[in-house]
Ligand binder design. Sequence first.
Ligand code: UD1
Length: 370
Amino acid sequence: MNKKKLKMIFAVGTRPNFMKVAPLIIEVSKYPNKFTWLLVHTGQHYSEDMSKILFDDLSLPKPDIYLGVGSGSHAEQTGKTMIEFEKICFETKSFAYEKPDLIVVFGDVNSTLACALVGAKLHIPVAHVEAGLRSFDRAMPEEINRIVTDHASDYLFTTCEDANENLIKEGIAEDKIYFVGNTMIDSLLNHINRAEDSLILDKLKLRNNGQVKRYGIVTLHRPSNVDEPETLKSIMGALEIIAMEIPLVFPVHPRTIWRIKDFEPAGVIITPPLGYLDFLSLMSNAAIVLTDSGGIQEETTFLGVECLTLRDNTERPITVRKGTNTLVGNDPKRIIGTTFDMLKTGNPKMESLKYWDGKASKRIIEVLRQ
Ligand code: UD1
């Protein structure tokens, strides 16, 4: 009986992976006779506010296996993840010592690459959720992860038609590519009502007599923005000027926190990383978001919230063409000027995006059921 079930491993490791796997687990759980699965957490993100809080908010089950890989250089992190993850593929007790039939990986982080490579080397089929995105900037570690993961994968699930085109141009066979939509938007839709109960706006004093104030959010963690002190200092200077006009909330990523110690921007509300529901509540009520994250470019597009991306390129150009996203790089004058222009013009017009409809996970499971 168990033999007939498809044995899957969902491999996750970082904060942005968790919202992408959550709706798939809901969907796959509807077919207990068809699938059996394990949730493996590599431990790339391990702090309570980067992992546990997200698991709780997303109602994710506790990982079946935790690899405890932690931080390190790219080679250390990727190598250690491969070594630990390979053992799981050989030894998984819940699959009665049989190899999994499919490894599912998400996004573009080091954990994604490592687990996909293990699958490819062991001849275990790999499914990549969020395949085909390209910034065409190989200085970004994520771009290398995206390209290699896609070429090691057997099922490529894409969020937009651009991604299909990118994959086809790279010579990936069309019959491996499935345009299914965006599982991160599935999660957003699954949780947006619960996020309304979040008390974060009151906690941060962003409500006045019941009315939500106009405010902005900042998130920054890309090496290109935060690793070079001069660059970081000039961005912080820009935030101070913007904060004179509108309150800014800055939940600070662990890699950024000690770097901003010397030039914390005056007037900006600094918080630790927030839970999913609190952040969703903050984002959906914000006037503007300044970020270098990938996922936030998509979430703000979906929510119709103005987004300034502090990068020169994006692997998600659809958010610029059809959504609310503007690329501003990290020049402080441009950041300040564009922010003030946008605050004057109000909320942007946007088009609805195909398959960003809460059913991407359903489509993925439908493909796998076939
Ligand atoms: C990783 C991803 C990035 C993604 C981001 C989302 C790669 C190459 N990068 O970047 O694409 O946008 O996650 O958050 O995979 N740290 C902690 N606690 C944690 C995790 C990290 O303190 O739970 C600190 C450590 O000092 C660590 C640093 O943050 O060295 C960077 O963590 P790492 O996982 O290497 O990369 P991120 O910057 O989080």
